[in-house]
Design a protein around this ligand. Structure first.
Ligand code: FES
Length: 94
């Protein structure tokens, strides 16, 4: 269940591809990636860049590695302090 503190924004210090970034706990990982100006979550098997399309857990285009776990949906995960997000890919998924 999502933590919610009305009117109180909680800073979540996360890592995106090895770089520190300050998100909030109200922000999805996909939103944090957009703010960070990283508009690629993975590569398709043919090497084309992919990013979030539906924003509701259906298209699977937003898959990233979070804390070492592959295939996490960036649009369905909220930022938490210490989270390590990796979007680097090999074309075979993340
Ligand atoms: S954006 Fe479609 S599943 Fe995340």
């Amino acid at each position: 269940m999502r933590e919610h503190y009305p009117g109180k924004e909680i800073i979540a210090k996360i890592w995106i591809n090895g770089s520190p970034f300050e998100a909030t706990t109200e922000m999805s990982v996909a939103a944090a990636l957009m703010r960070y100006n990283n508009m690629q979550t993975r590569q398709s098997v043919s090497g084309q860049p992919r990013f979030a399309v539906c924003g509701m857990g259906v298209c699977q285009e937003c898959r990233v590695r979070i804390n070492g776990h592959p295939h996490k949906l960036a649009c369905q995960e909220y930022c938490r302090s210490g989270m390590v997000i990796n979007t680097e890919t090999t074309g075979l998924g993340v």
